[in-house]
Design a binder for this molecule. Structure first.
Ligand code: MG
Length: 296
């Protein structure tokens, strides 16, 4: 099932997406009107996912509205805590960035983890503001996003995927100058609007193997990144095991699982996102997000 958050008639609603139609459960007879957000569904997934399936099955065509009549928002517009992000999780991305630093490629022994501020969250088709006085080195990073369903600590690898609620597309937009200047990644990864996500969450039952998904990034229709999640150094199950060894994962937590090769700053000459550019990130079996860079 594809679950989205959308703006319809100036109100934010939970939505079920099928092809080019959407269903707003809150407006359906029999659905508890107070259950109208993604986090509510994630918090009690066992109960509401089955109900949403049944609601979608039995709703007549008159209940569905055109997908293009709503504005899709980030599936979780305001996460409860920072997004957790993997750095250097694709071999060829390690190679391209270490080449840039004139070092022999060295694979990380443990996942490299940083976070992205809640305030950087942005919609799947929203504009990304760039202020050249703050950064003139904004870069793209297509990533598979993993949404935690059932929380837990000490989750074993073999059970890890059962803790996934679903998957989404993330562009981990990065200000390379700030990332370098401030030593820690946090500020350079957390510019306002620098985390478009969506266009929806695909529940885990529809993605039996998160390590077999093509993912790509295009800037102004030119392919910049084109890889597959099978090239990840640490797979989703290992990442969940590693994170949950140290901290309790909570329902609704978001993990960005790293970007493949093809980012802008290691290109010769380097390439960055400028006002007017259109950046698209696409993942097989999930969908495409498309954002325009605008001058802040
Ligand atoms: Mg990244």
């Amino acid at each position: 099932m594809k679950l989205a958050t959308c703006m319809h008639n100036s109100e934010v609603h939970l939505a079920v997406v099928q092809a080019d139609s959407i269903l707003l459960p809150a407006g359906c007879p029999g659905w508890p009107a107070e259950i109208d957000s993604m986090l509510q569904v994630i918090d009690d997934g066992d109960r509401y996912l089955a109900d949403l399936h049944e609601l979608a099955r039995q709703s007549g065509r008159e209940q569905w509205i055109a997908l293009d009549s709503v504005e899709l928002l980030s599936p979780i517009p305001r996460p409860r805590q920072n997004m957790m992000c993997l750095g250097w999780n694709y071999m060829e991305h390690v190679e391209e960035t270490t080449r840039k630093m004139v070092e022999a490629p060295k694979l990380p022994k443990y996942p490299i983890v940083f976070t992205k501020a809640v305030s950087s969250m942005n919609g799947p088709f929203a504009d990304i503001p760039v202020n050249p006085d703050v950064s003139d080195k904004m870069d793209w990073e297509v990533e598979l996003g993993v949404i935690i369903g059932k929380g837990g600590q000490g989750i074993r690898r073999e059970h890890a995927l059962q803790h996934v609620f679903g998957y989404t597309v993330i562009n981990d937009v990065s200000a390379r100058d700030l990332q370098k200047r401030h030593k820690q990644f946090f500020l350079g990864k957390s510019l306002t609007g620098a985390c478009p996500m969506g266009p929806w969450i695909v529940t885990r039952d529809e993605i039996p193997d998160p390590q077999a998904l093509n993912l790509a990034c295009r800037v102004n229709n030119q392919i910049k990144q084109n890889s597959n999640t099978r090239h990840q150094i640490f797979d989703t199950a290992t990442v969940i095991e590693t994170l949950s060894r140290s901290m309790r994962l909570e329902p609704g937590d978001i993990i960005a699982t790293g970007t493949p090769n093809g980012v802008g700053y290691v290109r010769n000459p380097p390439e960055y996102l400028l006002p007017g550019d259109i950046v698209e990130c696409e993942i097989e079996s999930i969908g495409t997000i498309r954002n325009t860079i605008i001058a802040a």
